[in-house]
Ligand binder design. Structure first.
Ligand SMILES: *Cc1c(COP(=O)(O)O)cnc(C)c1O
Ligand SMILES: *[C@@H]1O[C@H](CO)[C@@H](O)[C@H](O)[C@H]1NC(C)=O
Ligand SMILES: *[C@@H]1O[C@H](CO)[C@@H](O)[C@H](O)[C@H]1NC(C)=O
Length: 291
């Protein structure tokens, strides 16, 4: 049989296996990745592995590559589960077969603690997601169309792109593969996920940690102008963790933010990292040992 991929449907995930302080191999809330793939598959008319099958695939991949999980604090084994429609068909229709694979590679920490902050560029031409579209799921078709905006921003010295809502172009949504938060005093604001924003697992975790610490967290529409009043800005995602944003440039005006020790971003990051690496007791059942 001729086997080919007419890649109409595809979903990715991104997760990490890393060593805790005691050398055990750990993962952070991996069942949320499994559920996200399942929900994404429904949106894209795909069959998907069950949560249990997804978890089994990821665990087996980590165990088979255990020697590639870097020592504590030195990086992680980045995992890229991929689900795509495969099978012999040329029609614009749901595939008859689906393939689930898990790729992995050791990676360094995205940012060395306390170094480079992100400089974001607000993109006004290319939107990332549409109302009724697939912005809320990790569909492969969300990423190709924004590479051009990322390339232009990077050519001008920016680290990444901050997208506006496609409809009004007045409100901020998120970065290419990370969620965004603004801090002012005791209040932390992040755009509400309303079908166009990916509900990040780090985003959800940071909201919970911030509420536990007594911050006021607002999930709502965030006008782009509001970023001028923020004191601190940070991005969240599995790849970057909690990354400080040093500046945002909108219509050629650059707004700078505080970065470094003693700030809210640093406080949230040290708690998240501490729970992940086992130096802070995991009372929430967020950390899974792989053995
Ligand atoms: C993966 C991703 C995120 C971050 O999600 P996490 O679960 O926190 O890693 C945010 N935005 C987009 C568009 C993404 O693809
Ligand atoms: C969610 O989307 C609806 C429909 O576009 C819009 O009216 C509403 O203001 C949005 N709410 C938030 C919190 O983003
Ligand atoms: C574990 O987390 C704590 C708290 O954030 C941090 O101080 C420590 O350096 C981390 N350990 C490793 C090995 O990364």
């Amino acid at each position: 049989m001729i086997f080919f991929w007419w890649m109409l449907q595809g979903l990715i995930e991104g997760m990490k296996a890393y060593r805790g302080e005691d050398g055990r191999v750990l993962m952070f809330r991996p069942e949320l990745n499994a559920m996200r793939m399942k929900n994404g598959a429904e949106r894209m008319c795909m069959h998907s592995p069950s949560v249990q099958q997804f978890m089994e695939g990821v665990k087996q991949t980590v165990l088979a590559n255990k020697r590639w999980v870097p020592p504590p604090g030195k990086g992680s084994l980045y995992l890229r589960p991929l689900l795509f429609g495969s099978g012999a068909s040329l029609g614009v229709s749901a595939a008859s077969e689906y393939t689930f694979v898990v790729f992995g590679s050791p990676v360094q920490n995205y940012f060395k603690e306390g170094t480079a902050a992100l400089n974001l560029y607000v993109e006004e031409v290319i939107p990332r997601a549409y109302i009724g579209g697939t912005g809320a799921v990790k569909a492969i078709s969300n990423y190709g169309p924004v590479l051009d905006a990322m390339r232009r921003a990077k050519a001008r010295g920016f680290s990444d792109v901050l997208y506006l809502d496609a409809e009004t172009k007045k409100n901020i949504e998120e970065v290419s593969a990370a969620n965004i938060f603004l801090v002012k005093g005791n209040t932390i604001v992040t755009p509400a996920t309303n079908g166009t924003i990916l509900r990040g697992i780090i985003r959800e975790s940071v909201i919970e940690i911030a509420l536990d610490l007594g911050y006021k967290v607002e999930e709502r529409v965030v006008p782009v102008e509001e970023m001028k009043e923020a004191e601190e800005v940070f991005c969240t995602g599995t790849a970057a963790g909690i990354a400080s944003v040093g500046s945002i440039t909108f219509q050629n005006i650059r707004t700078e933010y505080k970065v470094g020790d003693g700030l809210v971003t640093q406080q949230l990051r040290s708690i998240l990292v501490g729970i992940q690496n086992g130096s802070i007791q995991d009372t929430k059942g967020w950390v899974l040992e792989i053995d």
